[in-house]
Design a protein around this ligand. Structure first.
Ligand code: GAR
Length: 197
């Protein structure tokens, strides 16, 4: 059985979708939910699901990115994970961290990559006049939001959408896509998965 650490910064709805999927004949189980934000809503949800939790607060390491990442690695590795799933983890990581978990780390990003790396993805898709938006699950490499794409889910952008209404349409697709991709990845299968909503 593979062990999966999940990294969050906020409400953790993707974390819940992943954790709930890891039952039965799924090849992985959650071993840790780590947040860089103390009090993040996802921590209480993980505790309620009986998953070990930890906090590594980046604000304790102002100007010391390496110190923060060393703390992250130490905290994560204490739980012996085989896989790392970033699920709304809102810190940019350096090669120090990324290389340590090379080939075993996934991220979900709320855009149809390679479009709209970084922040404010939904507003940028609307402003560009796109007809579709969505989310991508990709392997994490040292290029921000740039690793190999393992899955994408698409939704239409409708007249009158704002960033909030579009996010509300994309998020349920994130919850469908990420568990399917994680399961395949945990089985060693990197075949790209596409969903339409
Ligand atoms: C999700 O929409 C995820 O795609 C996004 O943050 C949200 C987290 O929600 N991630 C990023 O923007 C990464 N750059 P959640 O905490 O409810 O899963």
């Amino acid at each position: 059985m593979k062990r999966c650490a999940i990294l969050i910064s906020g409400g953790g709805s993707n974390m819940v979708a992943l954790a709930e999927s890891m039952t039965g004949d799924h090849p992985a189980r959650p071993c840790l939910v780590l947040s860089n934000v103390p009090g993040a809503g996802g921590l209480a949800k993980a505790e309620a699901m009986g998953i070990p939790t930890a906090v590594a607060d980046h604000r304790d390491y102002k100007g010391d990115r390496e110190g923060f990442e060393a703390k992250l690695i130490e905290t994560i590795d204490a739980h012996n994970p085989d896989l790392i799933a970033m699920a709304g983890f809102m810190r940019i990581l350096t090669p120090l961290f990324i290389n340590h978990y090379a080939g075993r780390m996934l991220n979900i990003h709320p855009s149809l990559l390679p479009k709209y790396k970084g922040l404010n993805t939904h507003q940028r898709a609307i402003d560009a006049g796109d007809s579709q938006a969505g989310c991508s699950v990709h392997e994490v490499t040292s290029e921000l939001d740039g690793g190999p794409i393992l899955g994408q889910a698409r939704v239409p952008i409708l007249p009158g959408d704002d960033a909030d209404t579009l996010a509300a349409r994309v998020l349920p697709m994130e919850h469908r896509l990420y568990p399917v991709v994680l399961r395949a990845f945990a089985s060693g299968d990197k075949t790209r998965i596409d969903l339409d909503g």
